[in-house]
Design a binder for this molecule. Structure first.
Ligand code: GLU
Length: 500
């Protein structure tokens, strides 16, 4: 290890909003740093330039701030190891990729995507694990130079032993044995000169003097590549700690298909950040005194990373709400409660977004609150009967809600024009009149058959709450069966293709 002071990082890829799993990772890194008097860094891993956006980066940092986590170094606060955004560190990685070529640990690969696709198909047919077959690994320096001179594009891949086993050390487990033949000869530098996640991650963890890599379990299978890179560079590897995946109540991996996972959703339904932090702590370990409600400082004082339990923690929204209720009742006095409500949604910034829609529809000022109540609600109180009163039958409605939900899950421009286009595309595809198809969406979003314009309401409510309500409605109406979902996914690909 290059530094004895504990240094950890949270390294999100800004390809969407901050998710619950990410918050848990950020929190545990933060606690570990604070417990050991160390540093907590934020590094933005935006080497996937197609999917990364600056708006996502800003949204992620905003959510982290809302949660009360402060970082010592990061893209917005700077620090001695910057830049903290990988897209601004391109030259650094190129130098290190060249170094590996020089040392004979990496090679230029000229294989075309056609060849790689064919290879993947053959491997699938022969039930072999997918991976590069090493065709270019033996090219001589002259052959490489000739092909470059002819204008052929290449990527840089790492050599990976084909025999033996890598034992991945982990703070929470016995070493995890992974056969080298399961490990792909990973691309380190793409043909456009951008590094892959693996190269950038290892180089940055080294240069930023990271001592402990605390991240989700889904990265275990990548760790042999990282360990090998540390060896190739002759650097000490950090200590690894892979956190168990958060799970839905049915033990499946926490995914937005079953539970809302974005932090914005929980903020919008009125979860307090301190309750969320407390809950995520509670999911990982128990306090010595058995108390379930504890502050961030108490968490820091009692944090022992080796006590994190590996038994697939279940993310239980009901338990989170219960804990949130305790915070509201026990930790806030009347004045603080009022202040929190104002910060949350009872403020003119928020209210002014929908007042113009309401003004045209009321006679008395006292008509406003009932009409606008759904702007302050979480999930509307709807039953199957509320959906029964319209022109489309249950199977059609269930299909419609499912397709609209999927379509909106892919929407990155949350404004009226795009939301409307998405909803209309599904309606056109299903041959439904706009008026008929909007009826169930109306009930799903506003909780009643008549209200303000539903598309405007969806824009104000935002993507997470809108999707949450559509998902809720789908459960109330009856979601398509697993088999129907499979068929529908195919159908959905068609609309997606035609719209994008
Ligand atoms: N950018 C990776 C992610 O989005 C970071 C993984 C790691 O911590 O190494 O999760």
């Amino acid at each position: 290890m290059t530094s004895s002071r504990v240094r950890v990082r949270f390294a999100p890829s800004p390809t969407g909003p901050l998710h619950m799993g990410g918050v848990r990772t950020a929190l545990y890194n933060y606690l570990f740093a604070k417990k050991h008097g160390g540093d907590f860094l934020i590094r933005i891993e935006d080497t996937d330039q197609v999917r990364s956006t600056r708006a996502s980066e800003e949204a992620i940092l905003k959510s982290l701030r809302w949660l009360g986590l402060e970082w010592d170094q990061g893209p917005d606060v700077g620090g001695p190891h910057g830049p903290y955004r990988q897209s601004e560190r391109g030259d650094i990685y190129r130098g290190y990729a060249d170094l590996l070529i020089e040392k004979g640990h990496a090679f230029h690969c000229f294989c075309t995507s056609d060849r790689l696709d064919r290879l993947r198909r053959e491997q699938k047919l022969n039930s072999q694990p997918p991976g590069y077959d090493g065709l270019c690994s033996g090219l001589s320096a002259t052959e490489v130079a000739d092909r470059h001179a002819k204008g052929e594009a290449s990527v840089i891949r790492m050599h990976v032993p084909r025999e033996g086993t890598c034992n991945v050390p982990d703070m929470l487990r016995d070493p995890i044995a992974i056969d080298w033949k399961q490990v792909d000869m990973q691309v380190l530098l793409k043909s456009d000169g951008m590094p892959s996640y693996h190269l950038a991650n290892v180089v940055d963890d080294h240069l930023m003097e990271i001592t402990h890599v605390i991240r989700g379990e889904e990265w275990i299978s990548s760790t042999p590549k990282h360990i090998l890179l540390y060896q190739y560079f002759e650097w000490d590897a950090p200590t690894f700690c892979h956190l168990p995946l958060l799970r839905n109540a049915d033990k499946s991996k926490l995914s937005k298909r079953k539970n809302p996972t974005s932090i914005d959703y929980y903020q919008r339904i009125g979860i307090l950040p301190e309750a969320l932090m407390n809950y995520l702590g509670m999911m990982g370990w128990t306090m010595p005194n058995g108390e379930e409600k504890f502050t961030l400082q108490e968490m820091i004082d009692n944090f022992d990373i080796t006590r994190i339990s590996l038994g697939g923690p279940v993310f239980d929204v009901a338990k989170l709400s219960w804990l949130n209720g305790r915070y509201i009742r026990e930790s806030l006095d009347n004045q603080q409660f009022g202040q929190r409500l104002q910060e949350w949604a009872f403020n003119s910034d928020y209210i002014s977004q929908f007042l113009p829609m309401v003004q045209d529809r009321v006679e008395l000022l006292s008509d406003v609150a009932p009409l606008a109540a759904f702007f302050f609600a979480g999930m509307p109180d709807v039953s199957a009967e509320d959906f029964a009163n319209n022109r489309i039958d249950q199977p059609t409605m269930s299909k419609l809600l499912q397709l609209v939900l999927w379509k909106l899950e892919t929407e990155r421009n949350w404004d009226k024009e795009h939301v409307m286009a998405d909803v209309k595309a599904v309606g056109d595809h299903m041959g439904l009149k706009l008026k008929d198809m909007l009826a169930p969406i109306f009930v799903a979003i506003t909780g009643s058959p008549r209200s303000v314009s539903v598309l405007d309401a969806m824009v104000v409510l935002g993507p997470d709450l809108t999707r949450g309500r559509l998902r809720h409605a789908l459960n109330v109406v009856g979601a398509p069966s697993k088999k129907q979902q499979k068929e529908l996914e195919k159908e959905f690909q068609q609309i997606a293709a035609f719209l994008d």
